[in-house]
Design a protein around this ligand. Structure first.
Ligand code: F1P
Length: 344
């Protein structure tokens, strides 16, 4: 079995792309601040497709938390085909369009219509700064170090996520948090080395037949992304939930072949752990990630929201190892292409 998959190289090299993302945003400080202060922006929309829609969920949550401006994430396809029920009724928007390729048809269509209707200003975040989508942005955060060969997003996703995080810290005036982000790549590299064995042992346990990823607040979008990695790379039934939501029905699915992955916060740790303990009593296998006292402990010393990207590398590795254990090719997931281009 081929072991030098692109996917493994991309997962392991992603911390380098995080450093580029912080630098790219920092270099665009003036233009980002000028756009943000250019006029009363009273609604921020994040959009993308698949992984980049989940990134939008994570980004919108953080952006509203730190700037106080209402922010929401909508799949690009919904903005194209259901604009009246998705665009808020105000027009002073900032649209943040996120796309690894910069060629996804729905996302490009959103920007074309957004500009035609003069709904507001646009920031494009992409790994291909010369892409068609990038040409439609007022500001482009181009992240070429996040480019990848494999279909399922890993390095690309986290490079764009770090750019969203850095932009959020910049526009909310948290320059100290922005400079603290320089520590992320080194911590990411340590986690990838320290927890490779754990990721491999969970990934190789083929008795597990369903995975649930639990995350709340700014971690929910990341739980969605980890869920998608597991689907795309390993063809396993997986679902993401907000922690407390899991009790309201989905817990009926818990068996002794169920893996529950908890993206634990500090701020709501006790309520989140209570859910996990109940599921352990139903027979579920647990894997917890967080700053400390967890199976995967970051020990980062960083402020809670700055370290969210650290939840992903070990979970990406786990999906990779499960794909290998199942005899699948993680570089080329079944039924998928790296970009969806449509004739709209
Ligand atoms: C969007 C996307 C990915 C998905 C798959 C197909 O691509 O839907 O999120 O995982 O790779 O393409 P992009 O707009 O981010 O390039």
């Amino acid at each position: 079995m081929k072991m030098n998959h692109y996917t493994l190289q991309e997962i392991r090299s992603q911390p380098e792309a995080w450093a580029e993302a912080v630098q790219v945003v920092t270099l665009q400080t003036r233009s980002l601040k000028k756009l943000w202060q250019s006029g009363e922006i009273n609604q921020v929309m994040f959009t993308g497709c698949g992984s980049t829609y989940y990134l939008s969920i994570a980004g919108a949550n953080l952006f509203q938390q730190f700037t106080g401006v209402p922010a929401q994430a909508v799949p690009a396809g919904e903005l194209v085909f259901n604009p009246n029920s998705t665009y808020p009724c105000v027009n002073a928007h900032l649209l943040v369009a996120i796309s690894r390729s910069g060629t996804t048809t729905e996302t490009i269509q959103v920007l074309k219509e957004f500009r035609e209707l003069r709904r507001g200003r646009v920031v494009v975040i992409t790994n291909y700064p010369d892409s068609p989508l990038a040409s439609l942005g007022d500001i482009v955060l181009g992240l070429p170090a996040g480019q990848e060969q494999s279909v399922a997003q890993t390095r690309a996703f986290t490079s764009m996520y770090v750019a969203v995080l850095a932009m959020t810290m910049l526009l909310s005036g948290q320059e100290d948090y922005l400079s603290a982000m320089d520590g992320l790549p080194g911590i990411g590299e340590r986690l990838l080395a320290d927890y490779d064995d754990l990721a491999r042992s969970v990934g190789r346990n083929l008795d597990l037949d369903r995975f649930y990823f639990l995350g709340s607040g700014s971690r929910y979008g990341l739980a969605c992304e980890a869920n998608l990695k597991m689907k795309e790379m390993t063809l396993t039934h997986t679902e993401p939930f907000h922690f407390l939501e899991f009790r309201h029905g989905p817990m009926s699915m818990v068996t002794d072949t169920t893996q529950i992955v908890g993206l634990l916060s500090d701020s709501n740790r006790s309520h989140e752990v209570a859910v996990l303990e109940e599921m352990r009593n139903l027979g579920a296998h647990l894997l917890t990630l967080g700053e400390s006292g967890t199976n995967v402990s970051f020990d980062s010393g960083l402020q809670e929201e700055i370290r969210n990207v650290l939840y992903l590398p070990v979970l990406q590795l786990m999906a990779y190892y499960r794909a290998i254990a199942k005899g699948l090719d993680p570089d080329q997931p079944k039924n998928l292409t790296s970009v969806v281009e449509l004739d709209l």
